[in-house]
Write a new protein. Structure first.
Lengths: 252, 344
């Protein structure tokens, strides 16, 4: 009776090893890994996949021997908990990839950092249009919020998706990007306020590329409600674009 | 006899009924579209991502602990540890600088080292130092604060110093007490030449290269089973806290310096952010919370958090775990206060 229980545990452990390898394989093959984990994790996930497969194979030698004497047979169920949630949140989720990402925060404009250097405009030539790409987004984003006066009046070209929150004026929205620090659990919304008379032309959640001029505007602070000077984009031209393959930007 | 049979039969009937009820409950939930609930899906994504993100680091920890188990004898390990406690904690704290193991993987490493009879204060010093002073964490902190190398420096130095201090506190408190007083499975660990996975001990003859790799993986698989359960439970709690509390909610405490340190330490504990990315979260709070509170977040979080607590409860007895967490909390809080007054 005792031996039989041991074997059941070994089989359950082998199945869970295979299932975790399967989940990793699934997110890699479907591309969902791109919005769930930071690129530096990819190689680690592939290594984990190889380890799990090899462990599951070696587990065959223990199916009949009942190796793990001190296993409490019921606690193995815990390993199936993340698998159940993976089915609910990742596999059975019918939403598009971008909606699958959980956003931890609402959009909160950054506070000027105490150490903000006066002219940290690496990659941007003085007085030329500020062209923001995926690679320099976070750097220039911080630079603009830290040195609003220096950037005011300059032309800018930037892309992102339209983000709106309750309390925004009718002609206001944020051209946002999702910033991933480490994984989907800590994604933050960052971006620039935009003002446009026919703001309703911009559909929430869709991707646009805008060009316009950087201006200074007063916006109510997210927490205190007091008005605060923030950079905003006065739009000249815009066009709808397809969402990028990797709908996140990475700070490093 | 008849009574025993009756009890066994009733147990089986109850189990059968419970299975039927559970299956019925799950089927009803699926039909009602409960699993399409947005909040549940969000929680699922956060929970699964925390598990997936941490899994490679848990595996690194288990592989390292298996290598220690298979290739390093008790004598070899003990020969590295100075006999004097003070020098012992210094060596243990500095070992972290060369070994890239974060807080998820460290528990299985120290579990193995304790099996090899290293003193508990050395294990605690390793536990608290490694997640802060390891090279990957130092590099990511540099990325997060490229214009504030003082923060990188202070974080590393205070991590080293505090881990030594905590190691010394433990060494004073548990100087003469037998390991069985603070280790949960000491009786299993104590068995000579029998590994906790039931293997014959491998120390007597060293395996060949390929054989060694297979043995390491087999043993790591068992270690993964041991620590993985608690890692999953901890991740579940961390996911719960991350979906319930928004970081911005706590900004109202930023005016008071002492409160802000406590709040940031509390956040670090509950959110259980990996030490390799917590500097970026701290960066978000830069300018809102004082630098001393950021240091509280970046030093306390890697040393202890919800995930780690649950994993440690499996290794140490409750009383020891509570004492350890209290020591870490007080040391980190006081050091953050000192930084607030004298450095920042």
């Amino acid at each position: 009776m005792l031996k039989k229980k041991m074997i059941v545990n070994e089989v359950l452990w082998q199945i869970s090893l295979l299932a975790y390898a399967g989940i990793i394989f699934y997110i890699i093959v479907t591309g969902k890994i791109k919005i769930l984990l930071h690129p530096r994790q990819y190689i680690l996930m592939i290594s984990a996949f190889a380890f799990l497969l090899l462990s599951a194979y070696l587990q065959f030698y223990h199916l009949y021997s009942g190796r793990q004497e001190n296993r409490k047979n019921k606690s193995i169920i815990i390993f199936y908990l993340p698998l159940l949630f993976a089915v609910i949140g990742i596999i059975k989720n019918n939403d598009s990839l971008i909606n699958l990402v959980y956003k931890q925060d609402s959009f909160v404009p950054p506070v000027k950092s105490l150490s903000a250097s006066e002219g940290s405009e690496e990659g941007v030539l003085k007085n030329s249009p500020v062209i923001i790409t995926k690679d320099n987004y976070y750097q220039i984003y911080n630079s603009i919020y830290d040195n609003i006066d220096k950037y005011t009046g300059r032309n800018i070209q930037v892309s992102g998706y339209i983000y709106r929150e309750n309390g925004y004026e009718n002609d206001q929205f944020v051209l946002a990007q999702d910033l991933m620090w480490c994984c989907a659990a800590d994604i933050a919304v960052i971006g620039f306020f935009c003002e446009y008379n026919n703001a309703s032309e911009f559909e929430t959640g869709f991707w646009y590329e805008l060009s316009g001029r950087i201006e200074k505007s007063l916006y109510p602070d997210h927490d205190t409600g007091r008005k605060r000077e923030l950079p905003s984009i006065c739009i000249d031209k815009y066009r709808k674009i397809n969402p990028p393959d990797i709908p996140c930007i990475f700070p490093y | 006899m008849n009574y025993k049979k009756l009890v066994m039969l009733s147990d089986r009937v109850i189990l059968f009924l419970l299975t039927i009820i559970t299956l019925y409950f799950i089927t009803t939930l699926i039909k009602s579209g409960f699993f399409q609930n947005k909040y549940l899906q969000n929680f699922s994504v956060v929970f699964v991502t925390i598990v997936l993100e941490g899994m490679p680091f848990i595996i690194i920890g288990t592989v390292l602990s298996s290598v220690i188990h298979i290739y390093l004898s008790d004598e070899i390990i003990m020969s590295f540890i100075p006999s004097k406690r003070f020098y012992g904690v210094i060596v243990a704290a500095f070992i972290g600088i060369i070994i890239p193991v974060c807080e998820c993987g460290i528990v299985s490493v120290i579990r193995k080292l304790l099996e090899k009879k290293i003193p508990v204060y050395i294990a605690v010093t390793l536990l608290t130092a490694m997640p802060i002073v390891n090279p990957i964490v130092i590099i990511t902190t540099c990325y997060a604060f490229p214009d504030r190398l003082d923060i990188v420096f202070i974080r590393t130095i205070s991590g080293l110093f505090l881990s030594m201090l905590i190691g010394l506190i433990i060494s004073v408190k548990y100087k003469t007490i037998e390991p069985s007083h603070f280790l949960r499975d000491y009786s299993v660990m104590e068995k000579e030449n029998v590994c906790s996975c039931g293997h014959l001990h491998c120390q007597n003859k060293k395996p060949g290269f390929l054989d060694g790799i297979f043995k390491v993986i087999e043993h790591s698989s068992f270690e993964l089973y041991v620590v993985g359960r608690f890692f999953i439970m901890g991740s579940f709690l961390a996911a719960f806290f991350r979906t319930c509390f928004h970081e911005n909610t706590f900004e109202i405490f930023s005016e008071n310096r002492i409160l802000s340190i406590l709040v940031m330490m509390g956040l670090a504990y509950l959110l259980s952010v990996c030490s390799e990315s917590d500097a970026f979260i701290a960066r978000k709070f830069s300018g809102i919370f004082p630098d001393s509170a950021l240091m509280g977040f970046m030093v306390f979080g890697p040393m202890i958090d919800v995930k780690n607590t649950i994993m440690l409860l499996n290794l140490f007895k409750l009383k020891f775990t509570v004492f350890l967490i209290t020591s870490i909390t007080f040391s980190c809080f006081i050091s953050a206060l000192i930084m607030d007054y004298y450095i920042f």
